[in-house]
Design a binder for this molecule. Structure first.
Ligand code: FE2
Length: 159
């Protein structure tokens, strides 16, 4: 019996990945609204209701965004790809699930707090959102860097 060694590689389709980011304006509006809300002092009960609603929107928009990126912005087994590009692409693609689950957990916590009228925890949820926002921004910047490098090196612009 021999062990299977994965030799799959991953890269991006830079043009599609950039286009997905460009056209998904609703996502950026929601992120901006959440950032503004979470940067202001908590004023319960409307604060928690707003936070819950915006996070639920973000969860649904991220599900679509990540699905589109994975379907059209990334692809497996390109003809030729540098190992360091493939590793970064794989790492970034894998971050989607982690980021999505994080925002799902935030929505659940908000809904439970709202149902229980536990408005006092809104501030800690806003703090958790700010951490999530930073992670998502780092992810988006890393994808944009990879897109720019792909254009510069003519890698991953098509398959
Ligand atoms: Fe992404």
């Amino acid at each position: 019996m021999c062990a299977m060694i994965s030799t799959r590689t991953v890269t991006i389709n830079a043009a599609f990945l950039q286009e997905i980011k460009d056209v998904h304006q609703l996502l950026w509006v929601t992120l901006d609204s959440l950032r503004q809300l979470c940067d202001t002092p908590v004023a319960a009960p409307s604060y928690l209701r707003q936070l819950t609603s915006l996070l639920a929107d973000l969860r649904d928009q991220l599900a679509l965004h990540f699905s589109l990126e994975e379907a059209y912005g990334y692809f497996d087994d390109p003809v030729d790809v540098a190992p360091h590009v493939s590793q970064r692409a794989e790492t970034l693609r894998n971050q989607h699930q982690e980021l999505y689950l994080c925002v799902c957990d935030l929505v659940d916590c908000c809904e439970q707090a709202y149902d229980g009228r536990q408005f006092a925890i809104a501030a800690s949820l806003a703090e958790r959102y700010r951490d999530f926002h930073k992670r998502l921004v780092v992810h988006e910047e890393a994808e944009s860097e990879l897109i720019q490098e792909a254009y510069a090196n003519d890698l991953g612009v098509g398959d």
